[in-house]
Design a protein around this ligand. Structure first.
Ligand SMILES: Nc1ncnc2c1ncn2[C@@H]1O[C@H](COP(=O)(O)OP(=O)(O)OP(=O)(O)O)[C@@H](O)[C@H]1O
Ligand SMILES: [Mg+2]
Length: 722
């Protein structure tokens, strides 16, 4: 009797355990669905808002036609060309400038490198009074002030580095309108912490001399944005103190939620909003399979940089950890590339030194962690390489977007291996939507068929645009074969079930090993077989996680967080045969990747004259103390000068405007004349091809030797979380 009762008690306890497990799983599922629900809601709200906005725009409201002619048109054109040396406006710039000049509050969302600075700098020069610019970083402010001064615009900054003498000058200009001050840059702390400064601003406004407030990198206002700065929250006082002064807030990316947030915080509910596309048509996106051997990865990256950029064009390599970034910088140096590292563990001075060297093109490559972020103003970054995947599409868009801000063709290359996913997931799982964001990034990396750009359009809730063959998946019509991999998926799910039954856990690597042993066993007993290689099994497991057939679980130890893989909410569907898992085999990927370098960058031939003008701008930049080479002449201007070859200062002025001609015209004309006469004396008109200078990388050969089919996994049933 007693034995029976004990036995039943044990059974009930076991069943209770099971029920508790199920409840736990259901609660987790509920939580994920709630997260997804709120994400979808905000996407939907965004869509509705942009639709109603489109309808509003469709209505013929004459006052809101910002592309019509305005009284300041000819003055604006003159300043654009003769002061800034810019020959034509880019998309939306003129309309934004007109809205700002009309005294409206304006919100500008324009991709990195789109040309947001001109949208407040040109009105600042057009206006009689002073423009206050709030910018989050000292380095950004220094770059901007230096660039403006080089153009002859009286720009100053009031920061912790400002000398007493300069401070006095600035305060006098604000207070009494003495001296010439057009643009004043400050950090947000100045507004939230310095009563003295705010009272001087009040006087300036009282005297009718505060004409515009610009808030750059405005997404920092919102804690939903990616770079939230608490001091940005206090910028709301600007509209309260100076209700008649128009505010222009600018940012490269802001989701609908962030836009709403910052309009509310800055008290600009009726602002005119300009949203430009997130598309960066000059960027070529590609994902490379990453070797599991660290040395091979660095070899490949070094070959790629040396082969594709023999003229030492600037680039960035992003790494996962500080240690890794120091190591990769050393490895690249050992392979003859001028590279240095940048991460949060360095002191400020060393970090600034590295950044400055790179900005002046004295260092080719910065190997950085995410800490190398906002504040990178260099327009001619030709490549951004990711040594491993980013934690979200948003982060990847920001980081890769630092390439090609000057609008010239540039490349964004990501080295992906499934093994890197767990490293990221154990860091992000506690963040709000952290895993979901990471899995979106994983989908981008694993996809071998879908246009890379479409992932950005999808993420930023924008209608898709043509990629024009500017991503690896669009550029090479890889032959993709589909094979059914449901059998392998079933084995993986069953293995995890067994592991769970004995109260154990498995990491992805352990699961791969178990899978391989199981397959061997099945082959021996002639029950079944599988051709999947280790990398393919890893890829399959990751895809099953992303598609919620499996899931990751995390456990903290004293030193780290370990990621394990276990059964996900949809695992039963696979076991019951209700869900098929398909693998896509890409048969010619490696042969294709050979072409990728050529197609990707669309690199043009660089003429001897372009090279000389590039050397001249570097020389002038060091002669003029702090200014950057690109502030002397942009790459676009160099290219134009080398084709047009002006012979006099008058001709030059028609190409690069008055200001730059006055400052550097004589030297530029001299270089052009010397080049032309050396050409005629040599009879040598040949331009040289950068791509021929250095032997092409050997990686293609390695690829060909190792050639094997690559796999991609696709689950057929509709995906819940996409
Ligand atoms: N209309 C134009 N024509 C040619 N070049 C331009 C034009 N407008 C801006 N530029 C150049 O494009 C580069 C990027 O401009 P800017 O720094 O204003 O970008 P941004 O939109 O502020 O980007 P980020 O979000 O990265 O700060 C600069 O070198 C700038 O001189
Ligand atoms: Mg900017």
């Amino acid at each position: 009797m007693e034995g029976d009762l004990e036995e039943e008690l044990l059974l009930v306890e076991t069943e209770l355990h099971d029920v508790q497990d199920q409840i736990k799983e259901l609660l987790e599922h509920q939580e994920r669905l709630q997260e997804r629900k709120s994400h979808l809601r905000s996407l939907l709200d965004g869509l509705k808002e942009s639709e109603s906005h489109r309808e509003e725009n469709a209505a013929p409201v004459a006052a809101e036609d910002w592309s019509r002619s305005f009284e300041w048109d000819s003055r604006a054109d003159d300043i654009r060309f003769n002061v800034f040396g810019i020959s034509s406006y880019r998309a939306n710039q003129r309309e934004i400038i007109n809205a700002v000049m009309s005294g409206r509050d304006v919100l500008v969302i324009m991709a990195a490198g789109g040309g947001k600075s001109l949208c407040y700098q040109l009105p600042a020069v057009l206006h009689d009074g002073i423009t206050l610019v709030v910018s989050p970083l000292l380095s950004l402010i220094q770059d901007q002030v230096m660039g403006l001064k080089a153009l002859g615009i009286p720009a100053h900054m009031l920061t912790s580095t400002t000398s007493k003498e300069d401070e006095k000058f600035i305060y006098k200009a604000l207070d009494k309108g003495e001296g010439t001050l057009k643009i004043l840059y400050v950090t947000p702390e100045k507004i939230s912490k310095s009563k003295r400064f705010v009272s001087k601003l009040e006087k300036c406004n009282h005297g009718g001399r505060l004409s515009l407030v610009a808030i750059d990198e405005a997404h920092c206002c919102s804690q939903w944005g990616h770079d939230f700065r608490p001091d940005y929250k206090n910028l709301g006082i600007l509209k309260i103190q100076f209700p008649n002064v128009p505010i222009v807030a600018l940012t490269a990316t802001a989701t609908y939620k962030v836009q709403m947030d910052l309009m509310e915080m800055l008290h600009i509910p009726k602002c005119v909003k300009f949203v430009s596309t997130v598309n960066r048509p000059n960027l070529f996106y590609k994902v490379h399979d990453k070797s599991s051997v660290g040395k091979n990865v660095v070899d490949e990256i070094a070959d790629y940089i040396k082969g594709s950029y023999p003229n030492k064009e600037s680039g960035i390599v992003y790494c996962f950890s500080r240690k890794e970034c120091e190591q990769i910088a050393k490895d690249l140096r050992d392979r003859g590339i001028s590279a240095d590292f940048y991460h949060a563990d360095m002191d400020v001075i060393s970090r600034e030194n590295v950044h400055l060297h790179w900005s002046k093109s004295k260092l080719q490559v910065i190997v950085g962690t995410v800490a190398f972020g906002m504040g990178i103003n260099k327009p001619d970054v030709r490549f951004v390489i990711h040594h491993s995947l980013s934690k979200s599409m948003e982060t990847y868009y920001q980081e890769s977007g630092r390439a090609g801000r000057d609008g010239l063709p540039s490349e964004c290359v990501l080295y992906y291996r499934p093994g890197d996913v767990a490293r990221q997931s154990s860091m992000v799982f506690y963040e709000n939507c952290g895993l979901q964001n990471l899995y979106d990034m994983v989908r981008y990396c694993q996809s071998k068929k879908i246009c890379r750009r479409s992932a950005f359009f999808h993420h930023f809730n924008e209608t898709a645009q043509d990629c024009n063959g500017m991503c690896d998946n669009c550029a090479y019509g890889s032959e993709i074969k589909e094979i059914d991999c449901s059998h392998e998926a079933t084995i993986i799910v069953s293995l995890l079930q067994q592991i769970k039954e004995i109260d154990q856990k498995a990491t992805i690597l352990q699961l791969v090993d178990r899978f391989k042993s199981k397959i061997k066993e099945l082959v021996r007993s002639k029950e079944s077989a599988s051709d999947l290689k280790k990398e393919d099994i890893e890829q399959l497991i990751i895809q099953l996680i992303v598609d919620r057939i499996l899931k990751e679980e995390f456990q903290h130890t004293a030193y780290s967080t370990n990621a394990y893989v276990t059964l996900g909410p949809l695992s039963k569907q696979v076991l019951d045969g209700k869900r098929k898992v398909k693998l896509e085999i890409c048969t010619n990927r490696q042969v294709s990747s050979k072409n990728s370098t050529d197609k990707g960058s669309k690199r043009k031939r660089v003429s001897g004259l372009e090279k000389k003008l590039d050397e001249l701008r570097t020389e002038i930049s060091s002669q003029h103390g702090g200014i950057f080479p690109h502030s002397v002449l942009s790459s676009e201007q160099i290219s134009m000068l080398s084709t047009q070859r002006p012979t006099s200062l008058d001709e030059l002025e028609k190409l690069i405007g008055k200001m730059k001609t006055e400052k550097y015209g004589a030297q530029i004309i001299q270089v052009i004349q010397e080049h032309v006469s050396s050409e005629s004396s040599d009879g040598d008109h040949e331009e040289f091809d950068l791509n021929k200078e250095v032997k092409r990388p050997t990686k293609e050969m390695v690829y060909e030797e190792e050639e094997r089919p690559r796999w991609e996994i696709r689950v057929e049933s509709p995906r819940i979380d996409s």
